[in-house]
Design a protein around this ligand. Structure first.
Ligand code: FES
Length: 312
């Protein structure tokens, strides 16, 4: 649907907050905390941004966009070109990062712009009077988006802000927050890869993998130890080699294989492909543990075996 940019606020030197409304003045589709929105910009680039309204409303969506030095075209347009009144295309909100309603308490970790999905979660939990804590980490105090809301009466009693810490101190703060959380807590993390790794490694050790939930919209960097593998395409009988430093999706596309994609960061599910043999190395934020059996998302996921047989 078409949306119009109603307002733009400079939240920090590197983050803009945009309010969107339906271009025809109608109601926007509803969504749950943690949901994100596909935003298609002039030129056809589609990017995903978390919806971060304090209170969801059918009249407006709110997104926050950090200017990325390595922008793939989305954040630079929204920072340098987008103006109030401009029209953009948006999708229907989707949620691959939902709160687990039956959890007795929740611990939300945000690194930098990763605050966007957990902010709406925190507001919802505060309104529902469900036990939670929100921990926000940033490079400097002046770079905390939504600092005013964190200081407001709804969130302040449950929030802490941690600025300008090195990796060791960050790990110590995470350890302390996890240690203080009651048994059964579910942990949610969004932010840069190194921050997410620091949280998830510790949180999984404390609460188990099923209680840890993550979301990231950055293009994943190759991980140390990534190995090349071969995709065997069962329908066509072809084989496609995937080097250690390239994504399976890019290699399939280069080989002329017809496969749809959108986000290319493992959050939308568009490139979902059936796996018939071998073992996938899942790196997406879209599939649940149960859903991962028998499929993978080649934009981010890789293979644990030398050959992965897929239904293409
Ligand atoms: S293109 Fe979105 S998950 Fe792969």
């Amino acid at each position: 649907m078409k949306a119009v940019i109603r307002s733009i606020v400079h939240a920090t030197p590197e983050v803009r907050i945009l309010e969107l409304a339906a271009a025809d003045g109608g109601a926007l589709p509803s969504y749950e905390p943690g949901a994100h929105l596909d935003v298609t910009l002039p030129g056809g680039i589609t990017r995903q941004y978390s919806l971060c309204c304090a209170v969801p409303s059918p009249e407006r969506y709110r997104i926050a966009v950090k200017r990325e030095p390595e922008s793939r075209g989305g954040s630079s347009w929204l920072h340098d070109v987008a103006a109030e009144g401009a029209q953009i295309e948006i999708g229907t909100p989707r949620n691959a990062f939902a709160l687990v309603d039956e959890a007795p308490s929740h611990l939300l970790f945000a690194g930098g712009i990763g605050i966007t999905p957990v902010l709406s979660m925190a507001h919802a939990l505060a309104r529902r009077a469900v036990p939670f804590r929100l921990a926000v980490f940033a490079r400097a105090a002046g770079l905390v988006p939504f600092a005013d809301e964190l200081e407001g009466p709804e969130l302040r009693p449950f929030s802490s802000v941690h600025c300008a810490l090195g990796p060791e101190e960050t790990g110590e703060r995470i350890d302390a927050l996890l240690a203080a959380a009651p048994d059964g807590t579910h942990v949610y993390a969004c932010g840069p890869a190194a921050f997410m790794d620091a949280v998830t490694t510790r949180a999984v050790a404390r609460f188990g993998a099923d209680a840890v939930h993550t979301e990231s919209f950055g293009a994943p960097a190759p991980a140390a130890g990534d190995r090349p593998f071969v995709l065997r395409l069962l329908q066509s009988g072809r084989e496609v080699a995937v080097p250690a430093d390239r994504s399976a999706l890019a290699c399939l596309q280069d080989a002329g294989v017809d496969i749809e994609s959108s986000c290319e960061v493992g959050v939308c599910g568009t490139c979902l492909t059936r796996v018939r043999g071998g073992e996938a190395d899942h790196r997406d934020s879209y599939l649940t543990t149960a859903e991962r059996a028998g499929c993978f998302l080649p934009c981010v996921s890789r293979a644990r075996t030398l050959v992965l047989e897929i239904d293409l």
